[in-house]
Design a binder for this molecule. Structure first.
Ligand code: NAG
Length: 364
């Protein structure tokens, strides 16, 4: 006999403290191995990403390093490096080191990441997963050259987008949805670092954060080469519903007219949700996103509702605890930290109702 079983997977509430998306570098001081005239170390922490007059550079030497002193010890989750668009090779292959030691100028601290070589984008976001330290070094050794940095940003918070999955209403050629969460805000070939939907009405892009967060900040980067109208006028929605693909969730912000500055930060005032949608309601267009970054605080681990149906000769209602126990053991080898409970007790399946049709009386 067919029985219907309803289960709920419910894991504990987890909170992480203090998660303002504040760039710690702005409060620090910077120094470097040598200085090319006027390209001062502190230009890399002046809050100005792109203007070339505001970049740091060492002279050409064989062991170049730049060091940021945060003046206090932090757990660092994200380091964002902006290179000079014309001199990407002067930032490629650089180690990001984080720690509390000043041995060898801080260049012996543990490595968080290495910038790619060649560098694929002007601005790269690197995940350091809470590495603890007061000093952040950018180091290139074993090659003669300049080390140029237009901006180094340091955040305690993780860019939540990196742990999520993405989807979009349609995909234009190779402009995949995941290009908007690849850590590269801006690069030389938009098709390989931006997402784009096909040309369509109401194009949308969706990030599933997998858990429920209180979202403080969403940062959107449009194309810098052209066509920022393919990103402007888009609504940012945040919530837990997938009704209308998530596009009916509450709105945090609408990207303004033509995006003059191509990276814009939106404050979402602790909106709650596991889905972040970007949708151009009422537009017929491509929707292009070069990067979507999301910062916030974990509220709940996501609940998963399972609806099971199986044929069984046993009385499922009577054996429900045993069934739950068996499922718990079977799942335990795949997932950790979860609870299993009934939301509805097993019951017999009802016959499906015939679809209600519309009857139209014909006049004789
Ligand atoms: C960094 O995180 C660890 C582990 O959560 C914690 O013990 C330590 O106190 C944190 N350090 C700072 C400076 O917040």
């Amino acid at each position: 006999m067919d029985k219907l079983i309803h289960l709920i997977l419910l894991s504990g509430l987890v909170c992480i403290p203090g998660s303002l998306a504040e760039n710690l570098a702005l409060k620090g001081t910077a120094t470097q191995s040598s200085t090319y005239p006027n390209w001062l170390a502190q230009h890399a922490i002046d809050g100005k990403r792109y203007e070339s007059a505001y970049c740091s550079s060492t002279s050409s030497d064989s062991n170049q390093w730049w060091r940021l002193d945060l003046l206090d010890v932090y757990n660092i989750s994200t380091v964002i490096i902006t290179a000079h668009g014309s001199y990407l090779d002067q930032t490629s292959g650089a180690e990001i080191r984080i720690g509390n030691s000043l041995e060898n100028y801080g260049n012996n601290n543990p490595i968080c990441a290495v910038t790619s070589d060649p560098l694929t984008g002007n601005t790269v976001s690197l995940s350091c997963h809470g590495m603890e330290g007061r000093y952040v070094n950018v180091v290139r050794s074993g090659r003669i050259g300049y080390l140029t940095l237009c901006e180094v940003e340091v955040y305690r918070t993780e860019n939540l987008a990196f742990t999520g999955t993405v989807k979009q209403s349609s995909t234009h050629l190779i402009w995949l949805a995941q290009h908007a969460i690849d850590g590269i805000r801006d690069g030389s070939f938009p098709s390989t670092y931006c997402s784009a939907t096909g040309y369509q009405s109401n194009p949308w892009w969706r990030l599933d954060l997998l858990d429920i967060y209180e979202i403080s900040t969403v940062i959107i980067t449009a194309r810098s080469d052209c066509c920022s109208d393919q990103t402007s006028g888009a609504e940012i929605h945040i919530g837990n519903s997938l009704v209308n693909n998530g596009n009916n969730n509450p709105i945090c912000a609408v990207t303004s007219g033509i995006l003059v500055r191509h990276t814009v930060t939106y404050s979402c005032n602790k909106m709650e949700g596991c889905y972040v949608n970007v949708v151009m309601t009422g537009h017929t267009s491509h929707l292009v996103l070069c990067e979507v970054e999301v910062f916030g605080k974990l509220l709940h681990k996501k609940r998963t509702f399972l609806r099971l149906k199986f044929s069984s000769s046993v009385d499922v209602a009577a054996e429900r605890d045993k069934i739950l126990h068996q499922l718990q053991s079977a799942l335990a080898s795949h997932i950790s930290d979860f609870n299993l409970s009934w939301t509805q007790l097993p019951k017999k399946e009802k016959k499906p109702r015939a679809d209600r049709g519309l009857c139209v009386k014909r006049s004789a």
